[in-house]
Write a protein that binds this ligand. Structure first.
Ligand code: AMP
Length: 505
């Protein structure tokens, strides 16, 4: 199954079979007909009122209205930017400053924040969706190299970077997922990743393009084990999309297996390393399902390589391999602009049609990471890896980016914001690993003079202040107070030294 344009592929279900379910919540099922009607209305509103060149922000969690806004924006020719409702205000402000959106669709209540954008509340959206309107000029949907969505990721300078994904970037990804992973028409997908994390694109677009449905799993359920394990077997999900970290939580429930959750047919993992133990356990628990490890950065549209996990694969590698690259894309292993000899470790460079045009309004960072290679747009991932008979093997990062529970974090981003906390003079954050996986973020802090009697009170105050500027998953779990930070020979903070201190071999 392949598609030609994202919007037509989704809309055909709304026209052909308006009653087909698209979004299934506990007590409410939304249909493709409703998705088409609402997104058409939102598109008409944007078309009439908003300048086409500017992006729109969609603010909320996993609500149906988020999907209607995404699609409405695309139909009216706007790139959309998903922002999770839990994002700290200062971070949202930084995103708004970079993106300069024309409209903010506030599916969740918009925090009182200064912006020149028009805020459209949920109630106003409902009104927009009620009024059908005729257009004087036809809509011009996002197409070709025009930007379809922008996802903001952690940036080393403390300012988030907006990865621009075009319609054709997305098309290349969706067609690959629809072809290579056994997805068939009308499957039920788990929707667990926040829309601001590009892992969500792995469920949303392949599901919608193939007439499938999304079953959201909200934060409240995920954070409450009892609820999670009561809910999970009854969702009848067929395609599972998550980080390995979320799967590790689910595997804690002994009845999470093919016997009790019969519906599960396909597992797709991405976003962080799939630990061998997790893969092994899954293989045993779901012997009839197909389990895939996929790999890729947001900058190359979700994922570019994948492999089905079999016992043979697990026995053949020390670390679970990250797979074969998709057909339209090339992987090069490079060192200082040169390809390294076959089998050697170097930086993974991705070249192909799903590579982004770069970071929004950030030519400097774009030039550092994006270039053209052998006639294709290429991206330096910062990941180390090697190719062994066409199979890509991951070998960690070559910089200070980490993944914690699948979330991408630049350690320098946290340092920057920690240094802005009033109690902190200087700080460096390092990861503590267990079997290649980050277990904890540890902050080494030189504190300013303070009046706290106990260190834990100082830590509490620092965490509180830090939470105003960084996502909750970026707040270090452990704080170590030092007189000064160690420096390298050329006077930089010796982060590698600190890493070795936290991770003794
Ligand atoms: P993100 O842009 O949030 O998707 O993060 C991309 C980064 O996550 C990659 O550059 C890798 O460092 C890491 N990553 C993604 N998938 C995998 C995987 N299957 N195995 C190991 N690391 C992964």
């Amino acid at each position: 199954m392949t598609i030609l344009t994202i919007i037509d592929a989704i809309d055909r279900w709304g026209m052909k079979e308006p009653d087909r379910p698209v979004y299934i919540e506990n007590n409410r099922t939304y249909t493709y007909g409703e998705l088409k009607r609402d997104s058409d209305a939102i598109a008409a509103y944007l078309h009439k009122n908003i300048e086409q060149s500017r992006p729109v922000v969609v603010y909320g969690e996993l609500e149906f209205e988020m999907l209607a806004c995404f699609l409405g924006a695309s139909k009216a020719g706007h790139a959309y930017i998903p922002i999770e409702a839990h994002t700290p205000q200062e971070r949202v402000e930084m995103i708004l400053e970079v993106a300069d959106p024309a409209v903010i669709f506030a599916v969740k209540e918009w925090p009182k924040m200064k912006t020149t954008a028009t805020i459209v509340s949920l109630e106003e959206m409902a009104e927009i969706c009620k009024t059908s309107s005729t257009l004087e000029t036809p809509l011009k949907p996002v197409i070709g190299s025009q930007t379809y969505y922008i996802i903001f990721t952690s940036g080393t300078t403390g300012v988030p970077k907006g990865v621009q994904i075009s319609h054709d970037n997305l098309l290349s990804f969706v067609n690959w997922e629809l072809t290579d992973f056994g997805v068939t028409e009308g499957m039920r997908f788990l929707s667990q990743a926040p829309y601001s994390f590009d892992l969500s694109v792995m469920d949303v677009y392949p599901a919608l393009a193939s007439g499938g449905s999304l079953t959201p799993m909200r934060k409240e359920v995920i954070n409450d084990f009892k609820q999670l394990f009561t809910v999970l077997p009854n969702l009848e999900i067929e395609v599972w999309v998550s980080t390995p970290s979320f799967m590790d939580i689910c595997l804690m429930e002994p009845t999470f297996d093919g016997e009790h959750v019969e519906s599960l047919k396909i597992f797709l993992f991405c976003g962080e390393e799939l630990p061998k133990a997790t893969a092994q356990k899954l293989l045993e628990r779901f012997p009839k399902a197909h389990i895939f490890n996929t790999y890729g950065p947001t900058e190359a549209t979700v994922a570019v390589s994948g492999v089905e996990i079999t016992q043979e694969i697990l026995d053949g590698y020390d670390r679970v391999p990250i797979g074969q690259v998709k057909k339209d894309t090339n992987i090069y292993i490079m060192n200082d602009e040169q390809e390294v000899p076959a089998g050697e470790v170097g930086e993974i460079v991705i070249a192909g049609p799903s590579v982004s045009k770069g970071y929004l309004h950030n030519p400097e960072k774009t030039a550092e990471a994006f270039f053209e290679y052998k006639g294709q747009p290429a991206y330096r991932t910062g990941d180390a890896g090697k190719l062994k008979e066409g199979m890509l093997v991951y070998d960690g990062r070559i910089d200070f980016q980490v993944k914690l529970h699948g979330y991408r974090i630049e350690l320098e981003d946290i340092d920057h914001h920690l240094a802005g906390v009033s109690y902190v003079k200087q700080a460096a954050v390092v990861p503590k690993y267990q079997q290649h996986k980050v277990q904890q973020l540890v902050a080494f802090v030189v504190a300013n003079p303070h009046e706290f009697e106990k260190e834990f009170k100082l830590t509490k105050a620092i965490k509180e202040e830090l939470s105003a500027t960084v996502m909750d998953y970026m707040i270090p779990q452990k704080f170590i107070y030092v007189e000064q930070l160690p420096l390298t020979a050329n006077g930089k903070i010796d982060r590698k030294g600190l890493m070795n201190e936290v991770n003794p071999t």
